[in-house]
Structure formats: structure tokens, C-alpha cells
Ligand binder design. Structure first.
Ligand SMILES: [Ca+2]
Length: 194
């Protein structure tokens, strides 16, 4: 299955409990080398031509309408790309036409390559561009809908500044994530239960 964006690397998060300092130093060197290797591998996924992304979306993630401009992104949720430029806070409570939380929804969360790809393809079909938009991620490790933060597609070097608490997608590459200032205004994707 073709992937958009970048491969996350959690190798350096493995526990080193009970391991000597020498081994920790060795592991640190090994992790650094692995990071460098993964960075090299990741570059293979960068700068994918728009035509190729469109082809993947057309063939593997075609639109599945829920009605009213909402589209299935997994077996339980429909999502809507909202072409209103809003701050992160305003995007979370915006009328679409009822407030998204009232609909049982929030800014979109993503938990695997398929719902992530459906969100990316929804955005591409709506804007015909790689325009950045708000996701439901904030503080770089939580979702607005309080679902587990068990998936990510950070761009190289992201997340960076702790003060940049809100997460945009399509930063730097197709589907890649970046933490940025919540008060900046962007289009956004909402999701709600079916
Ligand atoms: Ca950032």
C-alpha cells in the first residue's frame, strides 16, 4: 500500500532500564545512526508529484459521500473539509452549519494510514492543491476528540517549538504534519461519528 508523508521513528523511545552506561552510549550512537538512515529513507517519500498523489487518491481512496459535503474516512466517521480560514480555536467550534461538537464531532483525528490518506485525499479533492489545514492534534501528542494519539506523520524536524501547540497538515510535503501557532488562520477538516 502506497504511503503519503513520512515514516515515524520511535526507535529512540525504547526503554533502556537495566542497561549499563556503556550500553546506553552504544544504543545512543545506534539510534543516531538509525535516525540518519530513516531520514535518508524518508526523503524517498518527499516531493511526490501531484499527479501521483491524485492517482493514489483516485484508485485507492475514492470519495465515499455521507451527504452534506461529508465523506467517510473510516468505518465509523465522516469528515468534512471546511473552506473557511479560521484560528484553531474557532475552527473547533465553527458552525458547519451546527457547531461541530454539537454534531458529536471535532477537528479530525487520524489513527492509521487509511484514515490519514482519506483525509489527505479529501483535502486534495476539495482544494486541488497541497494547502495546509488544521487537524485535531494539539500539544503535539493529543487529539481534540480525546482518542489515543497512536499515529503521526511529522515532517522532518517536527514538532519543534513547545509554544506552537496546534498541528497543521500538508506542511513541507504531501500529508506531513507541523506544530504551529494556534492563532494563525487556516482551512480545517472536521470529523463526526456516522
Ligand atoms: Ca513547527
Amino acid at each position: 500500500m502506497k504511503f503519503f508523508g513520512l515514516i515515524s521513528n520511535n526507535a529512540h523511545n525504547k526503554s533502556s532500564k537495566g542497561i549499563s552506561n556503556l550500553h546506553i552510549e552504544s544504543l545512543t550512537v545506534l539510534c543516531g545512526a538509525l535516525n540518519n538512515l530513516l531520514t535518508l529513507v524518508n526523503t524517498l517519500f518527499m516531493s511526490v508529484p501531484k499527479s501521483q498523489v491524485e492517482s493514489i487518491c483516485r484508485n485507492q481512496y475514492p470519495p465515499r459521500p455521507c451527504g452534506g459535503g461529508w465523506y467517510l474516512i473510516d468505518s465509523k466517521r465522516c469528515a468534512k473539509y471546511v473552506k473557511l480560514s479560521k484560528t484553531y480555536q474557532r475552527a473547533e467550534v465553527i458552525q458547519t452549519p451546527a457547531p461541530v461538537p454539537t454534531l458529536g464531532g471535532h477537528l479530525v483525528s487520524m489513527h492509521n494510514k487509511d484514515d490519514y490518506s482519506n483525509v489527505l485525499c479529501l483535502a486534495l479533492r476539495t482544494t486541488n492543491d497541497r494547502k495546509v489545514f488544521w487537524t485535531g492534534a494539539y500539544y503535539s501528542y493529543a487529539w481534540r476528540d480525546r482518542s489515543p494519539f497512536n499515529f503521526n506523520r511529522w515532517f522532518v524536524g517536527q514538532p519543534d517549538k513547545l509554544v506552537d501547540r496546534c498541528v497543521q497538515m500538508n506542511y513541507g510535503d504531501w500529508g506531513s504534519w507541523d506544530n504551529t501557532k494556534c492563532w494563525s488562520k487556516k482551512f480545517f477538516v472536521c470529523a463526526r461519528a456516522i
